[in-house]
Design a protein around this ligand. Structure first.
Ligand code: CA
Length: 222
């Protein structure tokens, strides 16, 4: 898990960084808004801790830029005590939580843990699209109230489709996520599996969920 801290007060940034590293997180620090925005946009982070009062570009601007650019990384705002309005604005602009300074590290850590969990789809126990549901715990799949029997591979394939519903998935993407790296993507195995899955999931239902995009790949959508 990689975390970005955007905080100009070096003492505060250092204190958070040290504490999080002791908890085995990988941590980067940016000391102004511009650098923070750049890192958050370019790097891969599981969480951004963003101070509101920053030089060059303030936290609210950074937040707007990130959310405007469709970055959905969880964001924890650090705010001063007397900035209720900024806090509300921040939450409205897509921050996930805030912490008022000064705070105890244990409190920060608790928020970080919650946000990191929230960011992960694994917290969900069920995936759903239209009347199709997949239970991640029992591995049971239901369509319109009736149980759908799948093989292990078909289940993995369906899980990948349901986690990415509405997105076009190429055969390469499917191969990388559902099969291991030894898999030869130039075979038609994926098409065969998708066809099996489609029969089990869509056959007999008027609303089709698994669609072929000729020459591109597949998409699951209601
Ligand atoms: Ca600051």
């Amino acid at each position: 898990m990689r975390i970005l801290i955007v905080e100009d007060e070096k003492k505060v940034a250092g204190f958070i960084k040290k504490g999080l590293e002791e908890e085995t997180y990988a941590v980067d620090v940016a000391h102004d808004g511009e650098e923070g925005l750049h890192l958050a946009k370019e790097g891969y982070y599981d969480l951004v801790i963003l101070d509101l009062m920053l030089p060059k570009m303030d936290g609210l601007e950074v937040l707007s830029e990130l959310r405007g650019g469709k970055k959905d990384v969880p964001i924890l705002l650090l705010t001063a005590k007397d900035t209720v309005e900024d806090r509300v604005t921040g939450l409205n602009r897509g921050a996930d939580d805030y912490l008022t300074k000064p705070f105890a590290f244990s409190e920060l850590l608790a928020r970080v843990r919650v946000l990191l969990r929230r960011g992960k789809a694994e917290v969900k126990t069920e995936l759903q699209i239209a009347d199709l549901s997949l239970n991640l715990v029992s591995h049971k799949v239901n369509r319109g109230g009736g149980e759908v029997e799948l093989t292990g591979k078909e289940y993995s394939l369906l899980e990948y489709f349901m986690r990415n519903q509405g997105k076009v998935l190429t055969r390469t993407m499917i191969a990388e996520h559902v099969w291991d790296y030894n898999f030869d993507t130039f075979t038609n195995v994926i098409d065969v599996y998708v066809n099996h899955l489609r029969k089990k999931v869509d056959k007999g239902h008027s609303k089709k969920l698994l669609h072929t995009l000729r020459g591109v790949g597949y998409i699951m959508k209601a």
